[in-house]
Design a protein around this ligand. Sequence first.
Ligand code: NAD
Ligand code: ZN
Length: 247
Amino acid sequence: MTVQHAAELLSTARRGLALTGAGVSAESGIPTFRGEGGLWTQYNPIKVASIEYFMADPSAYWKVSKDRGRVALAAQPNPGHRALAALEAAGHLAAVVTQNTDGLHQDSGSRRVIEVHGSGRTVQCLDCGNREARSEVQSRLDVEMPPRCKVCGGSFLKPTVVLFGEAMPVAAVQEAFGLARQADVMLVVGSSLLVYPAAEIPLVALRSGAPMIVVNAEPTPFDKLAEVVIHGKSGEVLPEIVELIDG
Ligand code: NAD
Ligand code: ZN
């Protein structure tokens, strides 16, 4: 059985690496971009989540971001996040590389989390560089649109997420690729594997000899490269794997 096979691979792993995408947080109530019910069915994120769009009109950006932020800030980790934290605590996973910006891996107890698309929990002023908690900014969006910097009064407060058209954080990307080269198992969870260079990370692990496990609700372009493919919900599949390892 595939879940059994995944448990066997992970139980012997000592430098396993997980790569997660929006799917791992879907069961926490945060919509994915792609896939069934994804945000792409409502609007085009390449437009509304691009740096050009933000710079042209921060208010328009924040109008969309306000609703998404409300959902993300209230979200709690689900059993999928907790299973990944348990795999790290048991010494099977070295780290979680995530494309998510919601902070839920850290909330669930994962210690080494590499956020290759930044964090949505912080907001930075593009004029003076001052940083504030997203929750602080969120609470004044009803009366101030766009939100203004508390230090310089500027109106370009941007969540510290990587928007389309922006560079990825160099140190995080280097760390992720370094871990992929050393990985003895590669576990991909809840990612459509269509966004590069994040999708390149499992390919590097594969080339370094790590078998790949894919857990995703829908087929991905890498399924044929994987040793184990499980099409299901990460909040159900990952706890099953952990239970089998714990015996
Ligand atoms: P994606 O939205 O492109 O793909 C998500 C994948 O998850 C889909 O293939 C879908 O079939 C699968 N999925 C949906 N529900 C699932 C579940 N319960 N269990 C397992 N799989 C499930 O996500 P992506 O590949 O991560 O890329 C989109 C980009 O959007 C990322 O770069 C990320 O930064 C950003 N994003 C982040 C969040 C967040 O922080 N939670 C949410 C939406 C988008
Ligand atoms: Zn400022």
